[in-house]
Every structure is written in structure tokens, then in C-alpha cells.
Design a protein around this ligand. Structure first.
Ligand SMILES: [Zn+2]
Length: 211
């Protein structure tokens, strides 16, 4: 049990709607202080409201949009019109980013990096490039037959992570995680493609690991 867990008892009720948290909750911490605990529906609503305000996609919003999109084919999914619109917008963005991820796979992974990673003994790599003068990193980690790429600016204020199979020649790349607007995510993926075409080198970096 962590120090934090021994000091702060589990929450019992949602700070937003008062519902019982017996079936699970989502909480946010600031250092050792729990700022709030929400029931799952309230946490989903909060994330969507945040997305409506900022346009920044998170992994949770993306996953919800994907599930809602799948359910819609069966006439199900979210019924609230404003939530539905937001999820549809998030899904359209996800698809656009997914297309940029496929371009990245074609240009960078199959464009030479796959050979380099497959031939190496080590697992971590790093390359740097700039977008409008802002330094960005591409971190690469190969593990258990998968390769994870994270592209982020130096201040780590946003990121896009994609994943593909290490072996084989088919396209397997997909989004793994995100904290960025559609425009930012596409700019990071496309920027890495341009940089790679211009000679950006991936160097061994053993500090890159499970991020
Ligand atoms: Zn609630």
C-alpha cells in the first residue's frame, strides 16, 4: 500500500452528483491531496466538457468516441445530442489522426527505421526535430514484438503515441495514446515524416522505456 493510500481513505460518494462509488470511480490528485473523486459517468462527462472547451483529445475521449461510433452501427450509443455531437467530432479527428499515423508508418517505419530497429540489440531510440522552431522528440521503444512511438515537444505538454508490430510487412500502425488537438497531433506526425526524409537520425537511447 502506498503512503498516499494509507493517509487518505477511499472516497465513498461522487463529488459531482453524490452517487455511491461502490462500482468504481475516477480521481485526480495534486501531490498527496485528492482533489476530487467522480463516478464513472460524471468522469466521462467532465472529460467531454473539457474536450468541448479545449479541442484537446485525450486517450479516454478517443476510446469513448470509438466505442460510441461502433455502437451507432447498431442504433445504440450516446443519446444526448450535445454529447453525441462531441463524440462524433472526436471520432472524425481520431480518423484523421489515424490517416496521419499510416503516413508516418509508411514514411518512417517502412522508410528505413524498421530495418534499423530489427537489426539492433537494444530497444530504445530517440530522434529530434523542430516544428516552427519548437524542439520535438520521437521516442521509440520496441518490446515483445511491438514498437511504440511517442512524439512530443521538449516540455511534454502534449503527445501522440502510435504502435505497430515489429515484424512483418503489413500495415499495423494505430494510435496508442494522445493528449493533443487533431491539428497538433497531425503536425507532430507529419513533422516527423518531413524530418526523417531530410535525414533525421534515430540514436540509441537506453533511457527510453515504458512511457
Ligand atoms: Zn457522479
Amino acid at each position: 500500500m502506498s503512503e498516499t493510500a494509507t493517509e487518505t481513505p477511499d472516497p465513498t460518494h461522487c463529488d459531482r452528483c453524490g452517487a455511491s462509488l461502490e462500482r468504481g470511480w475516477s480521481e485526480r490528485w495534486s501531490g498527496k491531496k485528492r482533489i476530487h473523486a467522480w463516478c464513472i459517468p460524471c468522469a466521462d462527462r467532465e472529460r467531454l466538457e473539457e474536450y468541448a472547451k479545449t479541442g484537446e483529445l485525450t486517450t479516454q475521449v478517443m476510446v469513448r468516441a470509438s466505442i460510441d461510433n461502433a455502437l451507432r452501427e447498431y442504433g445504440k450509443g450516446v443519446t444526448c445530442p450535445s454529447e453525441r455531437n462531441l463524440l462524433a467530432r472526436a471520432w472524425a479527428s481520431t480518423e484523421a489522426i489515424q490517416r496521419a499515423a499510416k503516413d508516418f508508418e509508411r514514411a518512417v517505419w517502412f522508410g528505413g527505421l524498421a530495418e534499423q530497429v530489427r537489426a539492433a540489440e537494444h530497444r530504445g531510440w530517440r530522434a529530434g526535430f523542430q516544428i516552427a522552431g519548437e524542439k520535438h522528440d520521437v521516442l521509440v521503444w520496441s518490446c515483445a514484438g511491438r514498437v511504440v512511438f511517442t512524439i512530443e515537444p521538449a516540455d511534454e505538454s502534449r503527445h501522440i503515441s502510435v504502435i505497430c508490430a515489429e515484424d512483418g510487412g503489413e500495415s499495423t500502425m494505430g494510435i496508442k495514446g494522445i493528449m493533443a488537438t487533431e491539428q497538433q497531433a497531425i503536425a507532430m506526425l507529419a513533422g516527423a515524416c518531413v524530418a526523417f526524409a531530410s535525414g533525421m537520425q534515430f540514436e540509441r537511447d537506453d533511457k527510453v522505456g515504458m512511457f
